[in-house]
Design a protein around this ligand. Structure first.
Ligand code: PRT
Ligand code: ZN
Length: 298
C-alpha cells in the first residue's frame, strides 16, 4: 500500500458521537471547513483528512488501512473484533479512551421477570444487535444464550415474544423504563475510543500523530485539573498546599500592600469542591478563585 502524506481519520457522520468527535479534533488544533452533505473533509491547517461514515463502518475502514485513525464506541469495536477474530486477528490498536459516548451494553428483561442470577439465564433467547458480544459473554459464563440478531428497536422484542430478554445499550435507562424493561446485568461498559491501524505511518506523519496524542493527553489532563488562586499568610502555605495536591510547586507572588501575605497560584489534579474552599478559608486563605484549564502541555 502506498504510504500517505496525510492522516485519514474516520468519524461518525450523524449520531451521538459526531459532535464530540468534531469537538475533540478542534480542541487538538485540527480545523475543518464542514459542509453538511460532504462525506470527506480536508483540513487546511493540518495534514489531516476526515471521512464521515456510519459508526459501524469505522473499525472496518481502520482495519483495512483505508483510514489510519477512527473514533468509535468500544461496543462497536468489540463486536467488530469478535466477529473478525473468528476469521483472523484485527489490524487495530486502541490508542486512547476519550471520555465521551459513555454507555453500557446490558441485559434487560420485562419488569415482571424474576432474575435469579446470571446462571438462571441459561438457554434464553436474547434479542440484540451485538450477537458476537453476547456469544462471548455466554462463553465466559458457560451459558448457552441464543442470540436473535436484530438491527434496531430491540426493546420491543420481548413484548412480541420474539425473545425472553434483550441486550442493548443503556445510558440514562429511560428507554428501558418506557418499554417496561429492567436492567439485569452489564455486559460491557463503553465509551468512545481513538483507534489506529497497525499500518506504519510515513515518518513525518508519525511525528505529527505523536503530537496529536500529546495534545489529546493534555486536553484530558486539563479537564481533570483546576487552576486555583488565592491570598494567604506566608506561614500558612505549607498547610494550605496539602489541601490542594498540585502538579508542581505552587507559584508564590509577593503582594504590593503586604509583607506577610502572598498570592498563590496552583494547578491541582484533585476535584475542588466547596468543602475544599471552606478548608482553605479555615487555613486563612482569602480571595479564592477556581478556574477551569483549557489546555496543558507538560
Ligand atoms: O448511523 P450510525 O450507524 O452511525 O449510528 P447508530 O444509530 O448506530 O449509533 P448512535 O448514534 O445511536 O450511537 C453511536 C454510539 O454512541 C454507540 O455505538 C455508543 O458507543 C454511543 N452511545 C452512548 C449510545 C448511547 N449512549 C445510547 N444511549 N448509543 C445508543 N444509545 C441508545 C440505545 O441503543 C437505546 O436505544 O439510546 C437508547 C438508550 O438510551 P437511554 O438514555 O434511554 O438509556
Ligand atoms: Zn451504527
Amino acid at each position: 500500500m502506498q504510504i500517505r502524506k496525510r492522516l485519514r481519520i474516520a468519524i461518525q457522520k450523524k449520531g451521538r458521537l459526531n459532535s464530540d468527535s468534531l469537538a475533540l479534533l478542534k480542541s487538538i488544533g485540527i480545523n475543518m471547513q464542514l459542509s453538511k452533505s460532504s462525506l470527506y473533509c480536508h483540513s487546511a491547517n493540518t495534514p489531516v483528512d476526515c471521512l464521515f461514515v456510519r459508526d459501524d463502518d469505522i473499525p472496518v475502514l481502520v482495519n483495512s488501512g483505508v483510514c489510519d485513525l477512527g473514533i468509535v464506541g468500544e461496543n462497536v469495536l468489540k463486536e467488530f473484533s469478535l466477529a473478525q477474530n473468528n476469521k483472523e486477528q484485527t489490524n487495530i490498536v486502541t490508542e486512547r479512551t476519550l471520555g465521551f459516548g459513555k454507555c453500557r451494553l446490558s441485559l434487560a428483561a420485562p419488569n415482571d421477570f424474576e432474575f435469579k442470577g446470571i446462571q438462571s439465564l441459561n438457554g434464553m433467547r436474547v434479542a440484540t444487535s451485538y450477537p458476537n458480544t453476547i456469544k462471548d459473554f455466554s462463553d465466559q459464563y458457560n451459558l448457552s444464550l441464543r442470540a436473535l440478531n436484530i438491527s434496531g428497536s430491540v426493546e420491543i422484542a420481548p413484548s412480541l415474544d420474539m425473545s425472553d430478554i434483550i441486550c442493548d445499550l443503556v445510558s440514562t435507562g429511560r428507554t428501558l423504563e418506557e418499554h417496561n424493561l429492567k436492567e439485569l446485568q452489564v455486559v460491557l461498559n463503553s465509551e468512545a475510543v481513538l483507534i489506529k491501524s497497525t499500518n506504519v505511518l510515513d515518518s513525518e506523519l508519525q511525528q505529527f500523530y505523536q503530537r496529536l496524542l500529546d495534545r489529546i493527553d493534555g486536553a484530558n489532563q486539563a479537564k481533570e485539573c483546576k487552576y486555583v488562586m488565592f491570598h494567604a499568610p506566608k506561614e500558612a502555605l505549607k498547610e494550605i498546599a496539602q489541601l490542594l495536591p498540585g502538579h508542581e510547586e505552587p507559584t508564590v507572588i509577593p503582594l504590593s500592600h503586604s509583607d506577610d501575605k502572598v498570592a498563590v497560584h496552583i494547578v491541582t489534579k484533585e476535584g475542588v469542591f466547596w468543602q475544599t474552599l471552606e478548608q482553605l478559608k479555615k487555613a486563612r486563605a482569602s480571595s479564592i478563585l477556581v478556574l477551569p484549564i483549557e489546555k496543558m502541555l507538560a
